[in-house]
Write a protein that binds this ligand. Structure first.
Ligand code: PLP
Length: 475
């Protein structure tokens, strides 16, 4: 066999430079055209499901197809088959229209495809990620030794916090699991918490029953007295309290739990204190808004999702902790095949993931391009959009249910309107805007969140008109 030439690499998978540049240009233009069309179309999907099923069925992967055709097909699917987070009238869940620098980051990291498991393989990416985490830790007022890492999601970050809490609370947890504790363990958060905590309790092996959902005050913030009582009562019954997670920016209503008071209770009982600021943590970037998060500096760990209000592409979460040693206690492992250099910083020895994508470049490039001031402008603009919507709806007889100074508004229509669920259904059916329904402090509300960095006053008027029409007010 020696001397036989290898076959040429399949050009469909590995085109040469000239073809690649042409296709890159083709893709760039196709995406820009789609983005323009998208603004003129509905926010909601209008795909023909039967047609999609037929087209998918035709992909038997027997005969190769030209990539241009496939690019057009895939863009068409996304253009017609998704709710458009990139539409300025998506007033939706915390999913953003992504910043341009974060899209550049995806292209760069997709091109080099570095393995971030170890600092030996990826010294520069590991250092860049650590630098961004350090900058946010400092912004949060955490001590200089604070560190952390990027995660695929806020849920992974919250899960990591629970594993850290268990690991620190009981040495034997590493080897024996929860059996090492003197009794059943418990963690505490409010009933307005993000519901992934149920799955996290399940996954971590403490069981869903271990999740204590503390009641809230009339505005949906964790009731501190109720929290203190629940911890005390558990202790009296032989339950082992592990962690308190306060939410800074609830998913439903953007409310912030009393962060300092929760910290005091955690400190009194030597519990791990976590602040879930997946969405609201972005406020740290604005001098005008960061006061809303006072008390976050007392946390043992903090979750912030860059893919929410910081508007990077998905999924880009962060876990920051003042106890980096606990991360290494929780995730250390021996692997002699790894090009390991420094166990204190190698991500595979300090985090849940092994193979790891270069997620942090998204936030690094965005922050570096815009500066804190650029991000502050983005955040404060979202708050102004919500203020405007609030003013307009109040004039029309709607009432405001929540009291968030961040960019989420929960509203109830005037007496005699269609039910909230029906209003939201009609708005979505019209394609004019996207809003959510949620239950907030026991009643159904229309939930409106400013997530798009370019929403205009005309977009606000269109939303208001859409809501008014949907509630049955004519127009
Ligand atoms: C979004 C959110 C989560 C979950 O984060 P994912 O990135 O969606 O996994 C957790 N907590 C809060 C407060 C959130 O807003």
């Amino acid at each position: 066999m020696a001397g036989d030439a290898l076959t040429a690499p399949p050009p469909a998978l590995f085109p040469g430079r000239e073809a690649r540049e042409r296709l890159d240009d083709y893709l760039t233009r196709a995406l820009a055209d789609a983005a323009e069309r998208l603004l003129r179309g509905p926010v909601t999907p209008d795909i023909d499901q039967d047609k999609l099923r037929r087209e998918l069925a035709a992909f038997d992967f027997a005969a190769p197809r030209p990539i241009e055709e496939l690019i057009d097909w895939a863009i068409g699917c996304l253009e017609h088959g998704t709710v458009h987070m990139t539409h300025p009238r998506y007033f939706g869940l915390f999913n953003p229209a992504p910043t341009f620098p974060s899209q550049c980051a995806d292209r760069i990291s997709g091109s080099f495809n570095p393995q971030l498991a170890s600092s030996g393989s990826s010294p520069a990416p590991v250092a860049i990620e650590a630098h961004v985490i350090g900058a946010l830790a400092q912004r949060a007022g955490l001590p200089a030794q604070a560190a952390g890492h990027f995660t695929t999601s806020g849920s992974e970050a919250n899960y990591t916090a629970l594993v850290c809490a268990l690991t620190r609370a009981q040495r034997g947890f590493a080897t024996e699991g929860v059996r090492a504790f003197a009794g059943p363990v418990a963690m505490y958060t409010s009933r307005e918490c993000q519901p992934a905590w149920h799955k996290i309790a399940h996954q971590a092996g403490i069981g869903r029953q271990a999740l204590r959902l503390i009641g809230t005050d009339s505005l949906g913030r964790m009731d501190v007295k109720g929290l203190a009582e629940a911890v005390l009562q558990d202790r009296r019954r032989g339950v082992v309290p592990i962690l308190i997670s306060a939410t800074a920016g609830t998913t439903g209503a953007g409310m912030v739990d009393p962060l300092s008071a929760c910290a005091d209770i955690a400190s009194e009982h030597a519990l791990w204190y976590h602040v879930d600021a997946a969405w609201g943590g972005a406020a740290l970037c604005s001098e005008r808004l960061r006061g809303e998060l006072a008390g976050i500096e007392l946390a043992d760990s903090v979750t912030i999702d860059a893919h929410k209000w910081l508007a990077t592409t998905m999924g880009c979460g962060m876990l920051i902790t003042r106890h980096p040693k606990v991360l290494s206690d929780a995730f250390q492992v021996g692997a002699d095949f790894m090009p390991s250099t420094a166990s204190s910083i190698d991500p595979y020895l300090n985090t849940l993931q092994w193979s790891r994508r270069f997620m942090g470049l998204r936030l690094f490039l965005s922050l570096a391009a815009a500066g804190w001031s650029g991000y502050a402008a983005h955040l404060e603009r979202a708050v102004a959009v919500i203020e405007r919507i609030k003013e307009r709806l109040i004039v029309l007889g709607w009432s405001v249910a929540n009291d968030s100074r961040l960019a989420v508004l929960c509203v109830v229509p005037p007496q005699g309107s269609a039910p909230v669920r029906e209003i939201a259904r009609r708005v979505l059916a019209s394609g004019r805007a996207w809003v959510a329904v949620t239950t907030y402090v026991g009643r159904e509300v229309v939930r409106i969140c400013a997530t798009h960095g370019e929403t205009s006053l005309e977009d606000v008027e269109e939303l208001v008109a859409g809501l008014e029409a949907a509630r049955g007010a004519g127009s």
